[in-house]
Design a protein around this ligand. Structure first.
Ligand SMILES: NC(=O)c1ccc[n+]([C@@H]2O[C@H](COP(=O)([O-])OP(=O)(O)OC[C@H]3O[C@@H](n4cnc5c(N)ncnc54)[C@H](O)[C@@H]3O)[C@@H](O)[C@H]2O)c1
Length: 261
């Protein structure tokens, strides 16, 4: 497929992004809009989604906000129908909403396990299930999931998170197989990224500065945290025609974290 370098990379496309109110989701929403996409910004926290939409509109972009919980089928269906009402088509689904709770298996309460698996893994299923009928009808669609390097590597006391993200990687490959060639499905595996969630985790530590240094060292070749925009650019690549032959892949964007894994 030829790529027209004069065109904005997502011109004429409509995207639905979950977890759009913060961090990687907000950075991707702004970037996609700046590349010509109409963006439906979904988040559990309505004010957060609205703030992202306000930023997009202030830069001349088109966006709508949706308060929704990715765990719920009725919310997933409403996200898709709201995007369709606003834009009349839907081309890209970026399943990015996620959360993490630290703990070994015997430490995690069942409710904590369910929260992490339901948001990170079941959420991908719910939102994909809602969007796929439209993609099938259009004979085209593009799904991007946010996994993690912790879907590839084990991390101490992070059982539910690692399990959920490993699941996202395999679900990505499975969906790519089931729905190709018309629907491409890929995921991103970010390393430690400087988002509000990471900052919250950091400040909850007894020594946040020491923990920050540990995180810098984790992204071992870069020696720093990723900026959310650096992850958003990977999503943009996967969302655009530049990646037309890429499907079922887990794109690692980790400053070298997994170099010797
Ligand atoms: N920050 C990192 O270091 C890092 C590394 C690897 C992967 N990730 C993944 O990147 C994604 C984004 O993380 P982030 O760091 O930007 O986090 P963040 O907390 O800054 O943003 C996540 C957003 O998702 C929303 N959200 C949470 N649960 C939701 C639900 N049930 N329904 C709808 N929205 C919900 C939150 O309200 C929030 O606005 C997650 O999937 C996370 O696991 C992050």
């Amino acid at each position: 497929m030829a790529v027209d370098s004069k065109k904005l990379r997502l011109e004429g496309r409509a995207a639905l992004i979950t977890g759009a109110g913060s961090g990687i989701g907000r950075a991707a929403s702004l970037l996609f809009a700046s590349e010509g996409a109409e963006v439906a910004c979904a988040d559990l926290i309505p004010e957060a989604a609205e703030e992202t939409v306000a930023k997009i509109r202030s830069e001349g972009g088109k966006a709508v906000s949706i308060q929704a919980d990715v765990r719920l089928s009725k919310d997933a269906e409403r996200m898709v129908s709201t995007a369709m009402e606003a834009f009349r088509h839907l081309d890209i689904l970026f399943n990015n909403a996620g959360t993490g709770i630290r703990g070994m298996v015997h430490e995690l309460e069942e409710e904590q396990w369910d929260t992490v698996i339901d948001i990170n893994l079941k959420g991908v299923y719910q939102c994909s299930k809602a969007a796929i009928p439209i993609f099938l009808e259009q004979n085209s669609g593009n799904i991007i999931n946010t996994a993690s390097t912790f879907g590839l590597l084990a991390s101490p006391r992070y059982a539910a998170y690692c399990a959920s993200k490993g699941g996202v990687i395999m679900l990505t490959k499975q969906m790519a197989l089931d729905y190709g060639p018309d629907i491409r499905v890929n995921c991103i595996c970010p390393g430690a990224t400087d988002t509000p969630r990471l900052r919250r985790n950091m400040s909850a530590r007894p020594d946040p500065v020491a923990y920050e240094q540990q995180l810098f060292a984790l992204n071992r070749a870069a020696g720093r945290l990723a900026d959310p925009k650096e992850i958003a650019y990977a999503a943009l690549f996967l969302a655009s025609d530049e990646s037309s032959f890429v499907t079922g892949s887990a794109l690692v964007v980790d400053g070298g974290q997994t170099i010797d894994a």
